[in-house]
Design a protein around this ligand. Sequence first.
Ligand code: GLU
Length: 279
Amino acid sequence: MSYRGRIAPTPTGFLHLGHARTFALAAQRCRAAAGTLILRIEDLDAARCRGEYARAAAEDLRRLGIVWDEGPDVGGPCAPYVQSENFSYFLSVWERLKNAGAIYPCRRSRRDVAAAARAPHAEDEAAEPIFPPQWRPPAGTGRDFSEPGDFNWRFRVPDGEEISFVDEIRGAQKFVAGKDFGDFVVWRRDGVPAYELAVVADDVRMGVTEVVRGADLLKSAARQTLIYRALGAAVPAWAHAPLVRDESGRRLAKRSDALSLRALWAQGRGDFIRGFCGL
Ligand code: GLU
């Protein structure tokens, strides 16, 4: 099977040095495998995403010299490459998971909803406690629903099961369902597909064979493995790149604009960016 990789920014701010290094690595791994690189815009959360950031991300990537073979601007066989243009597809994946008995409707706090809204980057995760198994409804709950309605939908994780995989960068990994992570949200009660569902749904649809992203999403590889399994789809290879941290040791976030590529370019530090990203 030929290599298909992707770069999947969420347009909630300008790209920073951390994105640049991870995306450059994704492009390099794809090129080394003579593969196809996809640009996909993960903008399902309309309240947080903006078109101007999506345009800026594509511009920044081009300026870094990263070239993609399929994407919103160049098209390709897996269009649309913008998640917000494909809501009905995500709904069909919700339906498949529901029919398989893998997920259930749940009414829990707003905080859960907020946590599900974004990719659970490791440092935010302390704020997301394991969903108490006693809150889990009996098997089969929700199977008769014809639409998600006003509920969060959670994935029923197999408590105690070890999910292991070999990460291409970080080596052997092992997470225990119910201990390292609990029943996670795949669909938000405000009608938005959650990150874990959306990313797997599109990686399956686009035939992605290797996922290259930041190490803060390492644990999500275990969650996502369960979704692949429930969908009967092949799990891709994983390659989680080291995070870039600021001087105080914090993961760079889009909210800290200081190290945005734009700010660095404006300071004439293009060579630094290229060197830092190994470009
Ligand atoms: N769009 C996600 C983010 O920017 C990353 C998705 C992924 O690579 O799995 O956090």
